[in-house]
Design a protein around this ligand. Structure first.
Ligand code: SAH
Ligand code: SF4
Length: 362
């Protein structure tokens, strides 16, 4: 069985240089390999025709270029959302998504990959399909990066030679798992997504979504790549948030908000707050006022989402009328917000849903 150690996607540029040197080759070969992997989206070492044949053979026998196998794939009726279930080398499964926003070929076109960072999730939010599956393990950097490469490779085929259009423009860490609970691997993957020798995605094109791990948000604020930060808030009082997001007991709203202010001050990046509306739980006009009061003065944005249905009988999506009244109150209170249409509900694109269906079927 292949192990995480011998996946080339797990290696930073420096580590790859060391690796090629250990094979008796000059260090510049590392950049040639990176070019094939991240620019040409190669899926085998045989393709790397400017490398000497013996090196290609050594690479093929010593290290792998892929650790994910697609085992199920769904495309939404409008063709704009894709969801893939992957099997990892140890047999565990994760899911990733691809979403198309804006008219194809237009300057507003965005091709976003949503990646998982853990198998399951240790946080256990009450309304979340992933949280209910428990926690199995962290993903390594290569397993995170390959989720993006998978869609790039497949989009690249569809898009042919139109080089002006990039097969993937944005990456969001909003799949299964809590990215900041797997900090090192997530950060290594971001460094490669962002680097010139890697995928060369701008920091603004990368978003980390977190449940609100305060020390890690502070650490993120000190990094040299200033990615976008999304915080899954869902409630504006500790009493309610303790129920929805159990980690709130450890990092209550006062601490969380202070970390968000700090993030904005250190990075200049306006935080986004995710707020999923569940019927009769957090969706009243009073809740909207409470949210506006919590965010007052902070340069930020709120993404409102009608909750995705899960197995839970307690958490059902708010009716459209309630969602619109909530949004109106927020807007009237001067809070910048967007109502996100639930993309890909017909393919269970909500967090962890395709995987829970797959597990249930077995
Ligand atoms: N662990 C991270 C990132 C993964 S979850 C986090 O919690 O932010 C990605 C987003 O999906 C989060 O905003 C999460 O709160 C939201 N989510 C989970 N279950 C949901 C549901 N049933 N309906 C709507 N949003 C949901
Ligand atoms: Fe984990 Fe995020 Fe789901 Fe909470 S919402 S259980 S943190 S994946």
């Amino acid at each position: 069985m292949k192990t995480a150690r011998n996946n080339i996607l797990n290696l930073s540029r420096t580590e790859l240089k060391e690796f090629v040197r250990s094979l008796g080759e000059p260090a510049y070969r590392a950049d040639q390999i990176l070019w094939w992997v991240y620019k040409k989206l190669a899926t085998s070492f045989e393709e790397m025709t400017d490398l000497p044949l013996p090196l290609r053979q050594k690479l093929a026998s010593g290290i792998s270029l892929s650790n994910l196998t697609s085992i199920d794939e769904k495309i939404s009726a409008d063709g704009q959302t894709r969801k893939v279930l992957f099997r990892l080398d140890d047999g565990k499964t994760i899911e990733s998504g691809f979403m198309l926003y804006g008219r194809e070929g237009s300057s507003r076109e965005r091709r976003t990959v949503c990646v998982s960072t853990q198998v399951g999730c240790p946080i256990g939010c009450a309304f979340c399909a992933t949280g209910q599956q428990g926690f199995e393990r962290n993903l390594n950097p290569g397993e995170i990066i390959e989720q993006v490469l998978y869609f790039m490779r497949s989009m690249n085929k569809d898009m042919g030679t139109d080089l002006a259009r990039r097969p993937v423009t944005n990456v969001v860490f909003m799949g299964m798992g809590e990215p900041l609970a797997n900090y090192e691997a997530v950060w290594q993957s971001i460094a490669m997504l962002n680097s010139k020798q890697g995928l060369n995605l701008g920091a603004r094109q990368i978003t980390i979504s977190t449940v609100g791990l305060v020390p890690q948000i502070q650490r993120l604020a000190r990094e040299n790549i200033h990615v976008e930060l999304a915080v899954s808030l869902h409630a504006a009082s500790d009493e309610l948030r303790n129920r929805l997001v159990p980690i709130n007991k450890k990092y209550p709203l006062r601490q969380l908000m202070a970390a968000c202010w700090e993030y904005f001050e250190k990075t200049g990046r306006r935080p986004t707050f995710e707020y999923a509306l569940f019927r009769g739980i957090n969706d009243s006009v009073g809740h909207a006022r409470e949210l506006a009061a919590l965010l007052e003065g902070l340069t930020c944005h709120v993404n409102l989402i009608a909750g995705n249905p899960t197995k839970s009988k307690e958490f059902v999506p708010s009716p459209r009328k309630t969602v619109l009244a909530f949004q109106k109150q927020l807007t009237d209170s001067g809070i910048s917000n967007t109502l996100r249409l639930s993309k890909g509900v017909d393919i269970e694109a909500g967090c962890g849903q395709l995987r829970s269906r797959w597990i249930a079927a077995r």
